[in-house]
Design a protein around this ligand. Sequence first.
Ligand code: UD1
Length: 310
Amino acid sequence: MAHILVTGAAGFIGSHSTDQLLRAGHRVTGVDNFRTGHAANLTAARTSAAFALHELDLTTPGALAKLATQLRPDAILHLAALVSVPESMRQPDLNFSLNLQATHEVAEAARLAGVPRVVFASSAAVYGNHPHLPLREDAPTRPVSPYGAAKLAGEVLLLGHAAAFGFTVRCQRYYNVFGPRQDPASSYSGAISIFARSYREGKAVTVFGDGRQTRDFISVHDVARANVLATTRPGLTSGIANICTGRGTSLLDVLDVFARANPNVPHPQHAPARPGDVQHSIGAPDAAEKELGFVAEVSVAQGLRELIGR
Ligand code: UD1
């Protein structure tokens, strides 16, 4: 049994990762500032004696290091973040503090508390626009948003700390994660969560651009499993791996599934493409298989069926 400190535990990926860690018999201490996380996401986790939750702001200097020094966890799973590309463009300062300064606090917590492993929620957004897909981890990184830039800087910061101070860092470059508990509350939310709510409420969705943009959509259940492997699998060395399926699906194909299940909902409206949006994004999943033993198992069709509830 390992003890994992999860930042952003009340969030979408954080709560699913917490649930899977607990189900696998591990102990979890969650931290969250509840900026975008919800206590309700942890309803199942709170019934476990192996779970504890602390309200904590990661940008408070030394706060996480203090907690980590008390707890001495086996790993920190760092998921707390500002998760939206357009939000990072409207609020670069907030992106800097939540995605980079907070990651420095995690690196320092690992150093000061002697935590042997950190797993970092990085992103496919570090790559930017590339003509040749799928992308492997050695593709040049050319982020086109403050969000992608901060995620890339976070990787570099953690890997440098790890090499200097002798801990292991796994950078998980998530592609487009979707599934239950993804919050559709703002225009910054993930496309599938917004589509699911709009169709449920009988409202037309807005498609930015022509809808032919593709994404490597991956179920949150798979992502949580990749996080369990990265935090608890013995013998891992530092490195970077895409967490993806290796397959691209267009927004139009996703919308088709929703439209068939909800035939009376008005057709989508189109609006100009969002600044900073990449047109196509597909990852090569081989490194995660080789280094973590991770292969995505949930298809987009299965994942959408779960959301639509049939
Ligand atoms: C997403 C993630 C980001 C992650 C990245 C990795 C979210 C909120 N963002 O960014 O954290 O690092 O993948 O690849 O999960 N769209 C619409 N209508 C809408 C909403 C979105 O057409 O109502 C479009 C967007 O313009 C975009 C596509 O859908 O072209 C996907 O958007 P979104 O779900 O926000 O994800 P990414 O920007 O790809």
